[in-house]
Ligand binder design. Sequence first.
Ligand SMILES: Cc1cc2nc3c(=O)[nH]c(=O)nc-3n(C[C@H](O)[C@H](O)[C@H](O)COP(=O)(O)OP(=O)(O)OC[C@H]3O[C@@H](n4cnc5c(N)ncnc54)[C@H](O)[C@@H]3O)c2cc1C
Length: 295
Amino acid sequence: MKFELLQPRSLQEALEMKKNYGDKARVLAGGTDLLVLLKDQKLTAEAVMSLAGVRDLNFIRYEDGRGATLGALATHGGVAASPIIQQKFPDLAEACSQVGAVQIQNLGTVGGNLCNASPAADVAPPFLLMDAVLTLASTRGERRVSIHDFFQGPRRTVLQADEILKEIFVPEVPGRRGATYLKLGRRKAMEIAIVGIGVAIHLNGSDQVVSECRIAMGSVAPTPVRARRGEEILRNQEVRDELIEEVAVVAAEEASPISDVRASREYRLDMIRVLCRRAARVALARARGNKEEGL
Ligand SMILES: Cc1cc2nc3c(=O)[nH]c(=O)nc-3n(C[C@H](O)[C@H](O)[C@H](O)COP(=O)(O)OP(=O)(O)OC[C@H]3O[C@@H](n4cnc5c(N)ncnc54)[C@H](O)[C@@H]3O)c2cc1C
């Protein structure tokens, strides 16, 4: 494997390089996906542009009542350990804490996880739940893209050849939000999700009536997806066990998983139902402020 190494010292310099090299230069953040793909010769690169010197892209900022902005280079470890993310967006903290293991979390970035566009990317479901907005930068300027429009297929996104993901904004929603991300793998660490399910429940007034339910699923379709029909079942409804069951069944109907080395399609469908049910109960308990989650 032979390539030219580009080492910009600022975002502006990085954007100039990306403009000049386009697709010929691969962006390197933590390298935990890119270097594996290059080494296995699943990808080639004339040049690799390391963002290690662009330090101002590694940040987590929170504005009360507005939301949080994460720099593309924020690491999984940094996000999982952030008290404000744990408090306001526990689903995201949980997803980051389940990526690989500590070594991967210290190197791997949330931006790299999204740009790699694996259907199994662990941070995608929480960002889908939060209607995150991505800022893509180039020398032509910046554009904002909803996370819902970002993924185009396995390993394909709307990023243009001269663009870099700069930051991710997650808006805070009014009312009480409870959310969780549950991941099923064959073991607890160093494992790509067989199924990953995020559920967020919003309560505005009573503890009994759900104002909004959001469900996001990973490893069950060509891209991470929301289960919109499942979500509708709980909207403005008083919570009952039968409704949660129905949500789980309908969410599974919205998925199109494949059989692969990790699991069969049928097993994945079963596990969507199980995880969806569990995640809905945890999210609801969190929205209610219950300590005994999911009961
Ligand atoms: C042992 C191991 C275990 C793993 N376990 C998991 C797991 O459990 N869950 C999971 O989701 N993933 C897992 N991964 C995959 C990987 O660690 C994550 O996807 C990680 O978040 C990638 O981030 P990175 O910074 O290392 O990205 P890189 O490898 O640096 O980049 C990934 C891709 O995104 C592009 N890119 C990166 N940053 C930008 C940017 N700012 N703008 C434009 N393009 C960009 C790169 O060009 C490349 O195509 C694992 C990987 C390994 C090696």
